[in-house]
Design a protein around this ligand. Sequence first.
Ligand code: ANZ
Ligand code: ZN
Length: 870
Amino acid sequence: VERYNPREMEPKWQQVWDDARSFVASNDDKREKYYVLEMFPYPSGRIHMGHVRNYAMGDVVARYHRARGKNVLHPMGWDAFGLPAENAAIERKTHPGTWTRANIAAMRTQLKSMGLSLDWSREIATCEPEYYQHQQAMFIDMMAAGLVTRKQSKVNWDPVDMTVLANEQVIDGKGWRSGAPVEQRELTQWFFKISDYAEDLLSALDGLTDWPEKVRTMQRNWIGKSEGLRLQFELVASDATAVQSLEVFTTRPDTIFGASFLALSADHPLTTELAKTNAVLSEFVAECHRQGTATEALEKAEKKGVFTGLYVKHPVLEGQTLPVYVANFVLMDYGTGAIFGCPAHDQRDLDFARKYDLPVIPVVLPNGADAASFVIGDEANVDAGHIYNSGFLDGLTVDEAKKAVAEHFAGRTVDGKPQGKVEVNYRLRDWGVSRQRYWGCPIPVIHCEVCGTLPVPKKDLPVVLPEDVSFDKPGNALDHHPTWKHVNCPQCGGAARRETDTMDTFVDSSWYFARFTAPQAETPTIPAVADHWLPVDQYIGGVEHAILHLLYSRYFTRAMKATGHVGLDEPFKGLFTQGMVTHETYKSETGEWVNPTEVLFDTNGEQRTGRHIDSGAPITIGSVEKMSKSKKNVVDPDEIVATYGADTARWFMLSDSPPERDFQWTEAGVEGASRFQQRVWRLVGETISLIKQSSDIVRTADDEEGKTLRKIAHRAVHSVADDIEGLRFNRAVAQIYELTNALVRSAGIASAAPASRLDALADGVERLIQLLAPMMPHLAETCWAELGKAGLVADAPWPEVDPALLVDDSVTMPIQINGKRRGEVVVAKGTAAADVEKLVLSMDEIVRILDGKAPKKIVIVPDRIVNVVI
Ligand code: ANZ
Ligand code: ZN
């Protein structure tokens, strides 16, 4: 048989599917719907192996459910706005749009070469007005519904990129792209009031049972609900201020007897007041501002503070006072911007107390610990236990004490306010969506000095980005544009100014899955159509989006519901987060990273060494790392497709390690996948020639061999379906390998009794091709045609399974000849030794080994093993 040639067959089938519109989904199809979606790519220029893995998985799911008779929606688009386009424009002196659209074209070609069953008729790019005008319309609807607000807010300002950064874009106090130290600035920003939905977003997580628990936990922590107490502390009268009380928020009122100080945020109103006359304090406030508000930075920074000179009365210890500090780890926009510190039971408070020599009073005794000998060292004790050193709380559990303290303070007042008030707090902040960048969706708002801030009338949408922009000056090119922002006020007609902020690109990706349901509609969605397709049944993507993208999408879907664009809350029913693609790393003698294609390997026993392909210089083989340009350990999908074909790349990607784990790309692995492809091809060829040779033979019922093969095939169909539904692709692959082995063995012996075996073989091979079709679709299509089957395997229904054949009533018995394993035989459970003997002696392999001689002895342990001595 000729070798299978993927380079020839893959483009051919891609064209056939395209012409047949095989993967175009109809909005009015009566069959059950199935919506599978992979997170759409950012058009950076080229697809990488992470994309290949992501899309290969999604494609298996899509093709499988199509075979299962469902109306499958599997679309693709581009997350096309964002900073890299602007940076590229500056570097290459092109327009961000030119760069982005060229990248999209290149990546589309790459994706098409993978043979993905995508409905390209629904393709969208978020940078096109056809898309973002609807986002602008929804922004206006959200303004009208009170979901949007504009407020002054402290922002992380990147002085190099000249833009606001989200907290998670600040790493170690530096901008994630520029690496420049981030500054704090007060800016008026647009916000989506996501915090109004905090409780709903939290409680609905319980219903998302098809999501990884890990992701749900991350979202819970991000929303960060805490139940606590607002506590009033009475200030000891002072000349420095007229303020008489301070309010703190605590989640640990049970530790009140362990309090040793109060701390205010640098932005607390009292701090601001005191700093006016206190130079040390005002310098410290400035230092806090330089430090930033990113959670990560705060946690790492040394805990520091300044004593204000003020004291408060201890609320439960008559006659005692607590000093009031300003501390860098207290945030203004959480709780009340003030805390009481209990060093024994909070790590930050402990670090602070050690630095400023404040008392450390343990009040929670861990279960099993001894009160006399228990001490706090460098680690605060945050474990459960019983309260002690605490007057009326002694002996209570932490939870009991929390209640008791709340009750104790409930009836009292300080400074005319209730001394204690139970309160629920969320860590989730409102979503700041303003970005001072050009390449984003313009916020559709006009500022008029007379009428105020007004939405752009819908009839004037879209607010299109101007084409003629220059990036000579840093900052927002929209703001620098000579004419764009000047506009007449829609209300009074006077001179007004457009909003020049654009939306965070996370907004673009918060509803694209809904747009795919009606991508050409003149409204953002056609609600009935969106509600038909949504939720996405299976969403697949990287775990790096576990928090923001998924939370924003969940919020935005709620906002779309509130404004009548969809009728549901949760956009993604099933979520799967795949692991990363990794590769060995290589370094030259001079310590430079070397790409895998430049390395040749020598193996000497266990030892594997590398040398440079051109110079022969030794190369050090390093650790396995996530593929990254900086370490040069990337493998280019294009090269793999050109060398081995898309099916091989897909098969290898699916074959190894559970899909949620990291996947190590190896040259040996892809070679193995390629050999498997040829093996299937040969099997199909042999089967066809067997069928041809025996066309005049009258077929009879299956013999034992045939029966066994049928069972193996039916079982494979059953388990592969099960594994694909459970997204255990590596196990599905293993099942297919096993079936292939059985079929190859069977083909080798089928000629011995074609009348009673060929049917089972042919049927098994046909099933194999169908099982392969979601994973190696081009090879499957080629084999399907070769086998003379009508139509496309892409359209063929998933093979039926005969439940009777799934019952496990057979056993595999190894055959040993002179103590060496030489084969195996599958028989019905409990088959008598004499019958097994007959079967074994009739097997082709055994006949060949015996070479006409009779065996000296045969020992058979029923259901276990066959021993032949010759
Ligand atoms: C006293 C106390 C004693 C606290 C103790 C903790 C342990 P979660 O649970 O994350 O909501 N806190 C309150 N407001 C703060 C702010 N604006 N900036 C920084 N820290 C603040 O955290 C609530 C706890 O974090 C509160 O409970 C408070 O410290 C601190 F053994 O009060 B606790
Ligand atoms: Zn006006």
